[in-house]
Design a protein around this ligand. Structure first.
Ligand SMILES: Cc1cc2nc3c(=O)[nH]c(=O)nc-3n(C[C@H](O)[C@H](O)[C@H](O)COP(=O)(O)O)c2cc1C
Length: 340
Protein backbone atom coordinates (compact mmCIF):
# COMPACT_ATOMS: atom_id res chain seq x y z
CA UNK A 1 0.00 0.00 0.00
CA UNK A 2 2.82 2.43 0.79
CA UNK A 3 5.57 0.92 -1.33
CA UNK A 4 7.91 0.43 1.62
CA UNK A 5 10.00 -2.54 2.69
CA UNK A 6 10.11 -1.87 6.43
CA UNK A 7 6.85 -2.09 8.38
CA UNK A 8 7.44 1.36 9.86
CA UNK A 9 5.51 4.57 9.29
CA UNK A 10 7.33 7.58 10.71
CA UNK A 11 4.27 9.56 11.79
CA UNK A 12 4.07 13.27 10.94
CA UNK A 13 5.79 15.45 13.55
CA UNK A 14 4.64 19.07 13.79
CA UNK A 15 7.57 21.45 12.98
CA UNK A 16 9.94 18.50 12.56
CA UNK A 17 8.75 16.35 9.64
CA UNK A 18 10.54 18.40 7.01
CA UNK A 19 12.19 17.33 3.75
CA UNK A 20 15.40 16.22 5.43
CA UNK A 21 13.80 13.90 8.00
CA UNK A 22 11.08 12.56 5.71
CA UNK A 23 13.61 11.81 2.96
CA UNK A 24 15.83 10.07 5.52
CA UNK A 25 12.94 7.82 6.54
CA UNK A 26 12.21 7.14 2.87
CA UNK A 27 15.85 6.18 2.25
CA UNK A 28 15.60 3.88 5.27
CA UNK A 29 12.74 2.19 3.35
CA UNK A 30 10.10 3.42 5.79
CA UNK A 31 7.49 6.05 5.09
CA UNK A 32 7.62 9.56 6.48
CA UNK A 33 5.04 12.31 6.08
CA UNK A 34 5.74 16.02 5.59
CA UNK A 35 3.51 17.92 8.05
CA UNK A 36 1.92 20.63 5.94
CA UNK A 37 0.95 22.76 8.94
CA UNK A 38 4.60 23.29 9.81
CA UNK A 39 4.88 25.56 6.75
CA UNK A 40 3.50 29.03 6.16
CA UNK A 41 1.43 28.32 3.07
CA UNK A 42 0.78 25.82 0.27
CA UNK A 43 3.61 27.33 -1.77
CA UNK A 44 6.12 26.50 0.95
CA UNK A 45 4.64 23.00 1.23
CA UNK A 46 5.21 22.55 -2.49
CA UNK A 47 8.83 23.70 -2.17
CA UNK A 48 9.39 21.29 0.73
CA UNK A 49 7.96 18.38 -1.28
CA UNK A 50 10.32 19.20 -4.16
CA UNK A 51 13.26 19.33 -1.78
CA UNK A 52 12.21 15.99 -0.27
CA UNK A 53 11.95 14.40 -3.70
CA UNK A 54 15.52 15.48 -4.46
CA UNK A 55 16.74 13.87 -1.22
CA UNK A 56 14.63 10.70 -1.19
CA UNK A 57 16.67 8.72 -3.76
CA UNK A 58 13.55 7.78 -5.69
CA UNK A 59 11.81 6.24 -2.70
CA UNK A 60 8.18 7.10 -1.90
CA UNK A 61 7.22 9.52 0.84
CA UNK A 62 3.98 11.05 2.03
CA UNK A 63 2.23 14.10 3.38
CA UNK A 64 0.43 14.52 6.71
CA UNK A 65 -2.79 16.52 6.68
CA UNK A 66 -3.92 17.23 10.23
CA UNK A 67 -7.53 18.41 10.34
CA UNK A 68 -8.02 20.59 13.39
CA UNK A 69 -11.13 21.26 15.44
CA UNK A 70 -10.39 24.96 14.84
CA UNK A 71 -12.02 26.01 11.56
CA UNK A 72 -9.45 28.77 10.99
CA UNK A 73 -6.60 26.22 11.06
CA UNK A 74 -8.24 24.20 8.28
CA UNK A 75 -8.72 26.78 5.58
CA UNK A 76 -5.49 25.66 3.99
CA UNK A 77 -6.01 21.90 3.99
CA UNK A 78 -7.44 21.76 0.47
CA UNK A 79 -4.73 24.01 -0.94
CA UNK A 80 -2.07 21.86 0.73
CA UNK A 81 -3.64 18.73 -0.74
CA UNK A 82 -3.73 20.35 -4.21
CA UNK A 83 -0.03 21.18 -3.94
CA UNK A 84 0.85 17.64 -2.81
CA UNK A 85 -1.17 15.96 -5.56
CA UNK A 86 0.22 18.27 -8.22
CA UNK A 87 3.71 17.40 -7.02
CA UNK A 88 2.95 13.70 -7.45
CA UNK A 89 2.54 12.70 -3.78
CA UNK A 90 0.13 9.75 -3.49
CA UNK A 91 0.56 8.68 0.13
CA UNK A 92 -1.30 10.55 2.84
CA UNK A 93 -1.62 10.35 6.59
CA UNK A 94 -4.62 12.22 7.93
CA UNK A 95 -5.24 12.99 11.59
CA UNK A 96 -7.56 14.99 13.79
CA UNK A 97 -11.15 15.32 12.62
CA UNK A 98 -12.53 12.76 10.12
CA UNK A 99 -10.90 13.39 6.74
CA UNK A 100 -14.30 13.57 4.93
CA UNK A 101 -13.97 14.96 1.43
CA UNK A 102 -10.17 14.64 1.48
CA UNK A 103 -10.53 10.87 1.07
CA UNK A 104 -12.54 11.21 -2.13
CA UNK A 105 -10.09 13.75 -3.55
CA UNK A 106 -7.10 11.54 -2.70
CA UNK A 107 -8.76 8.48 -4.24
CA UNK A 108 -9.77 10.38 -7.38
CA UNK A 109 -6.08 11.14 -7.85
CA UNK A 110 -5.13 7.47 -7.36
CA UNK A 111 -3.69 8.00 -3.87
CA UNK A 112 -3.96 6.10 -0.59
CA UNK A 113 -4.83 7.45 2.81
CA UNK A 114 -4.24 6.15 6.31
CA UNK A 115 -6.22 7.95 9.00
CA UNK A 116 -4.91 8.18 12.55
CA UNK A 117 -7.44 7.23 15.25
CA UNK A 118 -7.21 6.79 18.98
CA UNK A 119 -10.15 4.42 19.39
CA UNK A 120 -11.70 1.50 17.55
CA UNK A 121 -14.94 3.50 17.31
CA UNK A 122 -13.18 6.23 15.33
CA UNK A 123 -11.37 3.59 13.29
CA UNK A 124 -14.68 2.00 12.32
CA UNK A 125 -16.06 5.42 11.26
CA UNK A 126 -12.94 6.06 9.19
CA UNK A 127 -13.34 2.63 7.59
CA UNK A 128 -16.96 3.48 6.74
CA UNK A 129 -15.74 6.74 5.24
CA UNK A 130 -13.57 4.77 2.81
CA UNK A 131 -10.01 5.29 4.06
CA UNK A 132 -7.56 2.63 2.88
CA UNK A 133 -6.09 1.93 6.33
CA UNK A 134 -6.09 3.32 9.84
CA UNK A 135 -3.27 4.03 12.25
CA UNK A 136 -4.50 3.19 15.73
CA UNK A 137 -2.64 4.95 18.51
CA UNK A 138 -2.74 4.18 22.21
CA UNK A 139 -2.65 6.61 25.12
CA UNK A 140 1.15 6.27 25.18
CA UNK A 141 1.40 8.29 21.97
CA UNK A 142 3.46 11.47 21.99
CA UNK A 143 1.27 14.37 20.84
CA UNK A 144 -2.52 14.09 20.85
CA UNK A 145 -3.77 10.63 21.86
CA UNK A 146 -7.36 11.90 22.08
CA UNK A 147 -9.72 11.04 24.92
CA UNK A 148 -8.72 7.39 24.78
CA UNK A 149 -7.16 5.99 27.95
CA UNK A 150 -6.34 2.53 26.59
CA UNK A 151 -2.89 1.24 25.65
CA UNK A 152 -1.81 0.37 22.11
CA UNK A 153 -1.56 -3.36 22.83
CA UNK A 154 -5.24 -3.58 23.76
CA UNK A 155 -6.38 -1.37 20.87
CA UNK A 156 -4.38 -3.54 18.45
CA UNK A 157 -6.06 -6.72 19.66
CA UNK A 158 -9.49 -5.09 19.38
CA UNK A 159 -8.72 -3.66 15.94
CA UNK A 160 -7.75 -7.02 14.51
CA UNK A 161 -11.12 -8.42 15.60
CA UNK A 162 -13.22 -5.50 14.44
CA UNK A 163 -11.68 -3.96 11.32
CA UNK A 164 -11.86 -5.10 7.71
CA UNK A 165 -9.14 -2.77 6.44
CA UNK A 166 -5.41 -2.95 7.30
CA UNK A 167 -4.19 -1.08 10.32
CA UNK A 168 -0.94 0.25 11.73
CA UNK A 169 -0.39 0.38 15.47
CA UNK A 170 1.37 3.15 17.37
CA UNK A 171 1.96 4.65 20.78
CA UNK A 172 4.90 3.77 22.99
CA UNK A 173 6.72 1.73 20.35
CA UNK A 174 10.49 2.07 20.54
CA UNK A 175 11.99 -1.40 19.99
CA UNK A 176 11.97 -4.05 17.31
CA UNK A 177 10.44 -6.58 19.71
CA UNK A 178 7.46 -4.22 20.06
CA UNK A 179 7.18 -4.07 16.26
CA UNK A 180 7.02 -7.86 16.19
CA UNK A 181 4.36 -7.75 18.92
CA UNK A 182 2.31 -5.24 16.90
CA UNK A 183 2.52 -7.37 13.77
CA UNK A 184 1.57 -10.45 15.76
CA UNK A 185 -1.56 -8.62 16.92
CA UNK A 186 -2.52 -8.24 13.27
CA UNK A 187 -1.09 -4.82 12.43
CA UNK A 188 0.47 -4.40 8.99
CA UNK A 189 2.94 -1.82 10.28
CA UNK A 190 3.71 0.42 13.23
CA UNK A 191 3.55 4.19 13.43
CA UNK A 192 6.35 5.75 15.45
CA UNK A 193 7.35 9.27 16.42
CA UNK A 194 9.02 9.79 19.79
CA UNK A 195 11.82 7.24 19.25
CA UNK A 196 12.94 9.12 16.14
CA UNK A 197 13.24 12.55 17.81
CA UNK A 198 16.94 11.93 18.44
CA UNK A 199 17.60 11.17 14.78
CA UNK A 200 20.42 13.23 13.31
CA UNK A 201 18.11 14.53 10.58
CA UNK A 202 15.59 15.97 13.05
CA UNK A 203 16.17 19.72 13.06
CA UNK A 204 16.04 20.68 16.73
CA UNK A 205 18.57 22.45 18.92
CA UNK A 206 21.26 20.03 20.22
CA UNK A 207 20.41 21.00 23.81
CA UNK A 208 16.94 19.51 23.34
CA UNK A 209 18.29 16.31 21.81
CA UNK A 210 20.65 15.95 24.76
CA UNK A 211 17.72 16.44 27.14
CA UNK A 212 15.81 13.73 25.26
CA UNK A 213 18.67 11.29 25.78
CA UNK A 214 18.27 11.75 29.54
CA UNK A 215 14.53 11.01 29.47
CA UNK A 216 13.03 7.79 30.76
CA UNK A 217 9.53 6.39 30.58
CA UNK A 218 8.36 8.75 33.34
CA UNK A 219 9.49 11.95 31.63
CA UNK A 220 6.17 12.73 29.93
CA UNK A 221 2.77 13.84 31.20
CA UNK A 222 -0.66 14.54 29.76
CA UNK A 223 -2.54 17.82 30.07
CA UNK A 224 -5.69 19.48 28.69
CA UNK A 225 -7.89 16.41 29.01
CA UNK A 226 -10.55 18.63 30.61
CA UNK A 227 -10.69 20.58 27.32
CA UNK A 228 -11.08 17.30 25.42
CA UNK A 229 -7.69 17.96 23.83
CA UNK A 230 -5.38 15.56 25.68
CA UNK A 231 -1.75 16.32 24.89
CA UNK A 232 1.20 14.11 25.88
CA UNK A 233 4.34 16.20 26.27
CA UNK A 234 7.71 16.40 27.99
CA UNK A 235 7.27 17.15 31.69
CA UNK A 236 8.81 20.64 31.84
CA UNK A 237 8.04 24.06 33.35
CA UNK A 238 5.48 24.92 30.68
CA UNK A 239 3.64 21.59 31.00
CA UNK A 240 3.54 21.94 34.82
CA UNK A 241 2.22 25.50 34.48
CA UNK A 242 -0.44 24.38 31.98
CA UNK A 243 -1.45 21.61 34.40
CA UNK A 244 -1.78 24.21 37.20
CA UNK A 245 -3.95 26.51 35.08
CA UNK A 246 -6.07 23.54 34.02
CA UNK A 247 -6.49 22.40 37.64
CA UNK A 248 -7.62 25.90 38.59
CA UNK A 249 -10.65 25.43 36.33
CA UNK A 250 -9.68 27.00 33.00
CA UNK A 251 -12.24 25.89 30.46
CA UNK A 252 -11.00 27.34 27.18
CA UNK A 253 -7.74 27.39 25.24
CA UNK A 254 -7.40 31.19 25.50
CA UNK A 255 -6.88 30.87 29.27
CA UNK A 256 -3.46 29.35 28.60
CA UNK A 257 -2.21 32.24 26.50
CA UNK A 258 0.94 31.67 24.49
CA UNK A 259 2.01 28.69 26.61
CA UNK A 260 0.18 26.20 24.41
CA UNK A 261 0.98 27.79 21.06
CA UNK A 262 3.01 25.65 18.68
CA UNK A 263 5.21 28.61 17.78
CA UNK A 264 6.13 29.11 21.44
CA UNK A 265 7.56 25.58 21.57
CA UNK A 266 9.20 25.90 18.18
CA UNK A 267 10.94 29.20 18.96
CA UNK A 268 12.03 28.59 22.56
CA UNK A 269 12.89 24.93 22.45
CA UNK A 270 13.36 23.59 18.92
CA UNK A 271 15.23 26.68 17.72
CA UNK A 272 16.85 28.10 20.85
CA UNK A 273 17.27 24.96 22.92
CA UNK A 274 15.37 26.06 26.05
CA UNK A 275 13.56 22.78 26.68
CA UNK A 276 11.95 24.08 29.86
CA UNK A 277 9.62 26.16 27.68
CA UNK A 278 6.92 25.03 25.27
CA UNK A 279 4.52 22.14 24.98
CA UNK A 280 6.86 19.54 23.50
CA UNK A 281 4.97 16.51 22.17
CA UNK A 282 6.66 13.40 23.50
CA UNK A 283 5.79 9.86 24.54
CA UNK A 284 7.51 7.34 26.82
CA UNK A 285 9.08 5.48 23.88
CA UNK A 286 11.81 8.11 24.19
CA UNK A 287 13.16 5.90 27.00
CA UNK A 288 14.65 3.66 24.29
CA UNK A 289 16.76 6.42 22.73
CA UNK A 290 20.33 6.26 23.96
CA UNK A 291 22.27 8.21 21.35
CA UNK A 292 21.94 10.59 18.44
CA UNK A 293 22.05 8.51 15.26
CA UNK A 294 21.06 8.79 11.61
CA UNK A 295 17.46 7.71 10.97
CA UNK A 296 18.69 4.83 8.85
CA UNK A 297 20.78 3.49 11.73
CA UNK A 298 17.81 3.65 14.11
CA UNK A 299 15.73 1.69 11.59
CA UNK A 300 18.49 -0.90 11.12
CA UNK A 301 18.72 -1.28 14.89
CA UNK A 302 14.95 -1.75 15.12
CA UNK A 303 15.05 -4.40 12.41
CA UNK A 304 17.94 -6.21 14.11
CA UNK A 305 15.91 -6.23 17.33
CA UNK A 306 12.91 -7.47 15.35
CA UNK A 307 14.98 -10.32 13.95
CA UNK A 308 16.38 -11.22 17.37
CA UNK A 309 12.89 -11.21 18.89
CA UNK A 310 11.61 -13.40 16.03
CA UNK A 311 14.35 -15.93 16.77
CA UNK A 312 13.56 -15.88 20.47
CA UNK A 313 9.94 -16.50 19.69
CA UNK A 314 10.77 -19.28 17.23
CA UNK A 315 12.95 -21.03 19.75
CA UNK A 316 10.26 -20.78 22.43
CA UNK A 317 7.86 -22.40 20.01
CA UNK A 318 10.44 -24.95 18.90
CA UNK A 319 10.09 -23.78 15.30
CA UNK A 320 12.79 -23.96 12.68
CA UNK A 321 12.47 -20.62 10.91
CA UNK A 322 14.97 -18.29 9.43
CA UNK A 323 14.26 -14.59 9.61
CA UNK A 324 16.77 -11.89 8.90
CA UNK A 325 15.45 -8.40 8.43
CA UNK A 326 18.73 -6.55 8.50
CA UNK A 327 21.09 -5.53 5.76
CA UNK A 328 24.12 -5.84 7.94
CA UNK A 329 26.57 -8.22 6.28
CA UNK A 330 27.99 -9.07 9.68
CA UNK A 331 24.62 -10.00 11.12
CA UNK A 332 24.45 -13.48 9.63
CA UNK A 333 27.45 -14.62 11.57
CA UNK A 334 25.88 -13.32 14.78
CA UNK A 335 22.87 -15.60 14.40
CA UNK A 336 23.04 -18.68 16.54
CA UNK A 337 22.92 -21.30 13.81
CA UNK A 338 21.75 -23.94 16.27
CA UNK A 339 18.52 -22.10 16.96
CA UNK A 340 17.44 -21.27 13.42
C1 LIG B 1 6.98 15.92 18.37
C2 LIG B 1 5.75 15.25 17.86
C3 LIG B 1 4.92 15.96 16.99
C4 LIG B 1 3.77 15.35 16.45
N1 LIG B 1 3.00 16.05 15.56
C5 LIG B 1 1.98 15.41 14.92
C6 LIG B 1 1.22 16.07 13.91
O1 LIG B 1 1.44 17.26 13.60
N2 LIG B 1 0.24 15.38 13.27
C7 LIG B 1 -0.03 14.06 13.58
O2 LIG B 1 -0.88 13.45 12.95
N3 LIG B 1 0.64 13.42 14.57
C8 LIG B 1 1.63 14.05 15.22
N4 LIG B 1 2.36 13.38 16.18
C9 LIG B 1 2.07 11.95 16.45
C10 LIG B 1 3.00 11.05 15.61
O3 LIG B 1 2.75 11.18 14.23
C11 LIG B 1 2.83 9.56 15.97
O4 LIG B 1 1.48 9.18 15.78
C12 LIG B 1 3.23 9.31 17.41
O5 LIG B 1 4.46 9.92 17.68
C13 LIG B 1 3.31 7.80 17.69
O6 LIG B 1 3.49 7.58 19.07
P1 LIG B 1 4.93 7.55 19.79
O7 LIG B 1 5.30 8.98 19.97
O8 LIG B 1 4.65 6.87 21.07
O9 LIG B 1 5.87 6.82 18.91
C14 LIG B 1 3.45 14.00 16.80
C15 LIG B 1 4.27 13.32 17.71
C16 LIG B 1 5.40 13.92 18.24
C17 LIG B 1 6.26 13.14 19.21
Amino acid sequence: MFGIERPILCGGLMWLSDAKYVAASARARCMGFITTRSFDDARSVRAEIRKCRDLAAGRPFGVNLTVSARESANRRVNADLDAALEEGVRHFETAGLPPGDLVRRIHDAGGVVIHKCSSTRHALSAQAMGVDAVAIVGMEEGGHPGMNELPASLLGALASERLRIPFALGGGIGTGAQILAALSLGAGAVVMGSRFLVAEEIAVHPAYKNRLLECDENSTMTVLRSLRNTWRVLRNDTAEEVARIEASGADNHEAFGELILGRYARDHCYREGDWSRGMLSLGPAIAFADRIQPTEEIVEQLMAEFTAASHRLASVLGLAVRIDCTDRPSYDSAIDKESV
